[in-house]
Design a protein around this ligand. Structure first.
Ligand SMILES: NC(=O)C1=CN([C@@H]2O[C@H](COP(=O)(O)OP(=O)(O)OC[C@H]3O[C@@H](n4cnc5c(N)ncnc54)[C@H](OP(=O)(O)O)[C@@H]3O)[C@@H](O)[C@H]2O)C=CC1
Ligand SMILES: O=C(O)CCC(=O)C(=O)O
Length: 498
């Protein structure tokens, strides 16, 4: 076993323990006896110090030219590349995902760094004619101020990068509150920001419990923006507190994503998509495929193919290169998935494969759930409506394309979606009629790229899109500027205007 890391808060350029001195620990979900890190259980006092530091730094940082701010972020990208393998190994041990996926998590951070850094030389506004003579009209993007970034554990590097990098390039300062399950990944990431030379107070890290640190940040009057990714329940609470104080808030929450397989689909391709979409990251992605909507003509054949492929998936620790499905993040989530299996059985769904906590051999030491296929699921069942966030996929049979689209749309969520078909008319109709932020044609529901907007409709989000250039609309305010250069003529012009 490796000696546990000691993580600290990072406030005003200093690595600090929590003022109250309490600590928590994170463990390896593939081997719960292994403590990965101890970290501060911060309180409102630590949050206050971070807010003061971020506010002070903001007054200087906002005046640093955007291309110069972007150079720091570019440097972070270079350092992430340098430490990529070390970080990926840490993700495997602390969050549990297979090593290839962990490298992908870091790579997303690298891609985001270079993409965001380039934006430092754009941040385009608009110029437009004024209706008055000798007057110039334009818009410019202005930073918001202090941004609280509250993130989940499932992409411990990529998601914080998606938030922090554009926030910094836009001229904001940030306070990062990572998930309790992945404090070591968060600490290593912030060490990299520090190594890139960011001035004190520009990037702050406050570890702790969501109900304490997260809540204190959301409620703090000098936090100007909250960017949150996590569960719908917490998101609703965050949104409501921000609503009461008119605080800008960006919410990225759950999904109940579906893949449609039509009767004319390339079934091998659709199978690759379904297996990867449903069981990649052990189903712990907000974009995971948790419903497979299958046309009746291919349902039987496709189900057999899926069952066969699923039976061969290798469960294990993410650090083992042979592992295809890693552990569940913690005991609470494991039990939650298990409870959904009870619900599925009680509702009349049939467990085709899997359905249990996996305990064979080494798996007993961690939190593993068997990759699970639920058959004979009907659209209104809870397992067809609620986010399970585990390696569980529900099969729903349909008779037509129209029925498939209607069932896909029939949830409160609207993040990702997919259809496999060779019919271009159906593909375009699906693209138009599916109610989701992301639609893949002949691809799985997962695999977002950093230069395109990411987010969902309905209860998945609150109308924002992370990534792409749309992220700039989260982290900046528009200012409209009129420049009058008529000098002493000005008064007369105003007076003459009818
Ligand atoms: N859309 C997505 O990408 C994700 C969705 N989820 C969904 O969330 C469920 C549970 O996962 P979990 O990580 O516990 O999600 P949470 O929504 O509980 O946590 C997300 C983040 O919010 C923090 N937080 C918790 N409570 C509060 C609060 N009252 N105020 C402010 N911040 C808070 C958490 O801190 P702490 O870790 O200390 O609790 C964490 O940093 C999953 O089953 C899944 O449905 C989870 C991860 C990602
Ligand atoms: O695979 C993807 O599309 C991105 C998933 C993601 O960001 C998430 O699950 O939070």
């Amino acid at each position: 076993m490796v000696t546990p890391l000691t993580c600290r808060n990072y406030i005003n350029g200093q690595w600090l323990t929590a003022v109250a001195g309490a600590t928590l620990e994170s463990r390896n979900p593939a081997n719960k006896r292994e403590v990965i890190a101890t970290f501060p259980r911060s309180t409102g006092t630590d949050v206050e110090a971070a807010v003061v530091a971020a506010r002070q730094a903001y007054q200087i940082w906002r005046l640093v030219p955007a291309p110069a701010r972007a150079e720091y972020v570019f440097k972070v990208g270079e350092l992430l590349s340098k430490y990529k393998e070390e970080l990926a190994q840490l993700i495997c041990r602390e969050m549990g995902k297979p090593i290839a996926e962990a490298r992908g998590d870091v790579q997303e951070g690298i891609d985001c760094a270079f993409y965001s850094a380039a934006e430092g030389r754009r941040l385009f506004g608009q110029t437009t004619p004024s209706e008055m003579p000798n007057k110039f009209a334009m818009t410019v993007r202005m930073p918001i101020g202090v941004c609280a970034l509250i993130t989940p554990w499932n992409f411990p590097i990529a998601i914080p990068c998606w938030k922090a990098m554009p926030a910094l390039v836009c001229g904001n300062t940030v306070i990062f509150k990572p998930a309790e399950d992945t404090p070591a990944c968060a600490t290593k990431l912030v060490e990299i920001f520090a190594e890139a030379g960011l001035p004190p107070g520009v990037m702050n890290l406050v570890h702790g419990v969501g109900e304490e640190v997260g809540k204190a940040l959301v409620a703090h009057p000098h936090v100007d923006l909250v960017s949150f990714t996590g569960s719908s329940e917490t998101g609703a609470e965050v949104g409501s507190i921000c609503g009461q104080t008119h605080k800008r808030v960006c919410l990225e929450m759950g999904g109940k994503n579906a893949q449609i397989v039509m009767e004319d689909a390339d079934l091998e391709l659709a199978l690759d998509g379904a297996v990867w979409g449903a069981f990649g990251t052990a189903g712990q992605r907000c974009t995971a495929t948790s419903r497979l909507i299958l046309h009746q003509d291919i349902k039987e054949k496709f189900t057999a193919m899926l069952k066969e492929r699923t039976s061969k998936l290798r469960l294990g620790a993410g650090s083992d290169p042979n592992t295809q499905v890693g552990p569940i993040i913690n005991e609470r989530q494991l039990q939650r998935i298990s409870q959904y299996l009870d619900i599925a059985r009680a509702e009349g769904a049939k467990v085709l494969i899997g359905g249990k906590i996996a305990t064979e051999g080494e798996l007993e030491n961690g939190y593993f759930f068997q990759p699970t296929i639920l058959d004979e699921v009907t659209p209104q069942m809870r397992v067809a409506q609620e986010e399970i966030f585990g390696p569980v996929v529900a099969l729903i049979k349909v008779n037509s394309f129209e029925e498939a689209i209607s069932i896909l749309n029939n949830t409160k969520y609207g993040l990702s979606s997919s259809i496999y078909t060779r019919d271009i008319n159906r593909a375009f109709t699906a693209m138009r009629d599916i109610e989701a932020g992301i639609t893949y044609i002949n691809g799985p529901t997962i695999g977002a790229e950093v230069h395109l907007p990411f987010g969902g409709v309905k209860q998945t989000g609150n109308g924002h899109r992370e990534a792409g250039t749309t992220t700039l609309d989260i982290f900046t305010e528009w200012k409209t500027v009129y420049v009058d250069f008529s000098g002493s003529l000005q008064r007369a012009q105003i007076d003459n205007r009818e």
